[in-house]
Design a binder for this molecule. Structure first.
Ligand code: 5AD
Ligand code: SF4
Length: 452
């Protein structure tokens, strides 16, 4: 594993990187930094001193892209003030918009998620009159051999990408078009990376993929020898009982009994599953092409809880998808109550050009209805999160300390195995330690506790 070299060398060019979007993008920025560091760059957190400014972008909703257009306007000022500054837009928005990003004459480099190895060459080829673009998607690229330069800074928890791309064509989603086809990374390279981060002092890894349950590695030359996600999880969990293992994201259609039992048999695999449901209405699920029903989803939740009663379950929900009726919306609320999610990410539907939904279904739920439905969903989730946290009061948990709490320098913060944020008086403990606590109180977002 490589680390950021803290001593800044004035002779070396500096790169400033902004990251938008998902955890996968955070890890991609770490891959980009590794590639650029090998090419002589050093990272700076000050855009004003960078000769290369990169934005690693997200296209998932229109507002994510609008934010980045706003940033491009800011980058224009940098170019006016300092000659020779190179501006690069990389990641999902680069893949989606391609040369349209060059229109305003601000952007010099456009690079899609599979083109990062080519960045040094693109940078060298840029001139004021010839911007450079590489948006080729790949069937093979997994950056397996690249050691990401960790930018997380807490030094406790590291992301490891285990696969790239996505083969599910959920009708609302732009990701298959921006990140290409699904490909799994060599498990040995994943296990090696987990061991490296553990040796470097990290205590937690989070295995990342768009749909981790469809991870599948076929041994080259022996295609009947395979490693599925449950196997991989076990291989990583065996790194050390002191290394916690998390993963994201699971797909309700693919999450297997084998995986659930594998989680249960290793205490260091965290008791938390992020299981996006998107909607509680079968009509909406069908239109979204999620390939499961409300009943299937509830059965999977029941299975998880029968094997691991203490397992945290979080979700993603979209409000106001095409044709959503008041009854469909009620179905989402009732499913939320039935499951009692521990937490959720909640969004208004945003039509994405080029997706199946954009081509087939009118975006016909009026904006004010979307907003009011989303507000109801958020209000309900706040109650559910509070209730979920209240159920923890009086219980004991092992917390992996991530650092000092924002609220008070006398308190530490970390997460429980079931992914709840927990604060407690430091009592001499420090980041990276496992601390046994008893929960004494809570808010809807945080457990309040004391070491035992
Ligand atoms: N509009 C709104 N939310 C979306 N998501 C994905 N595509 C869209 C869209 N077009 C949400 C889904 C997904 C999460 C990462 O983003 O809930 O699980
Ligand atoms: Fe991540 Fe999807 Fe956004 Fe791409 S579009 S950065 S995959 S959330």
């Amino acid at each position: 594993m490589k680390n950021i070299r803290p001593i800044s060398d004035p002779a070396k060019p500096k790169v400033y990187i902004e990251t938008y979007g998902c955890q996968m993008n955070v890890n991609d920025s770490e891959v980009i930094l590794s590639i650029l560091q090998d090419d002589g760059y050093v990272l700076t957190e000050n855009m004003d001193e960078a000769s290369l400014i990169l934005a690693n972008t997200c296209s998932i909703r229109d507002n994510a892209e609008q934010r980045i257009w706003g940033r491009i306007d800011q980058f224009r000022l940098q170019k006016r003030r300092r000659t020779g500054v190179i501006i690069g837009i990389v990641g999902c928005m680069a893949e989606r918009l391609k040369d349209r990003l060059l229109d305003g004459h601000v952007v010099d480099i456009v690079a899609g998620p599979d083109s990062y190895r080519n960045l040094p060459a693109l940078i060298k080829a840029v001139t004021p009159d010839s911007p450079q673009m590489d948006v080729m998607l790949s069937h093979e690229e997994t950056y397996a051999d690249i050691s990401p330069v960790r930018m997380d800074r807490n030094g406790i928890s590291a992301y490891i990408s285990i696969m790239r791309g996505c083969n599910n064509v959920c009708s609302y989603c732009v990701v298959p078009y921006t990140r290409g086809v699904e490909r799994s990374r060599d498990p040995q390279s994943i296990v090696r990376e987990a061991a490296e981060v553990f040796d470097a002092g990290y205590k937690e890894v989070c295995l990342l993929g768009q749909n981790v349950d469809s991870y599948l590695w076929r041994e080259p030359g022996a295609p009947d020898r395979t490693v599925d996600f449950a196997d991989l999880l076990e291989m990583v969990a065996k790194t050390s009982p002191e290394l916690r293992v998390r993963f994201s994201t699971s797909h309700p259609k693919d999450i297997s009994d084998k995986l659930i039992f594998m989680m249960a048999s290793y205490p260091n695999i965290c008791r938390h599953i992020h299981l996006p449901v998107q909607s509680g209405s079968n009509a909406m699920l069908e239109k979204m092409r999620r390939k499961y029903t409300r009943e299937w989803y509830l059965e999977r939740v029941a299975k998880i809880r029968s094997v691991m009663p203490d397992c945290g379950i979080s979700t993603d929900i979209i409000a106001g998808f095409c044709g959503e009726t008041a009854q469909d919306h009620e179905d989402t609320l009732s499913l939320m109550r039935e499951v009692g999610f521990d937490s959720a990410f909640m969004f208004q539907y945003s039509e994405r050009p080029g997706t199946l939904a954009a081509m087939k279904y009118p975006d016909d739920v009026p904006p004010e209805v979307k907003t009011s439905r989303l507000n109801e969903i958020i209000a309900l989730q706040n109650t559910l999160s509070k209730a979920s946290n209240e159920r923890e009061i009086g219980k004991r948990h092992t917390v992996l300390v991530e650092g000092v709490s924002k609220r008070s320098s006398e308190e530490l913060t970390g997460r429980t195995s079931n992914n709840k944020v927990c604060v407690f008086p430091s009592c001499g403990h420090k980041a990276g330690e496992y601390v046994e606590v008893e929960v004494t109180g809570c808010t809807s977002a945080t457990l309040i506790s004391r070491p035992v």
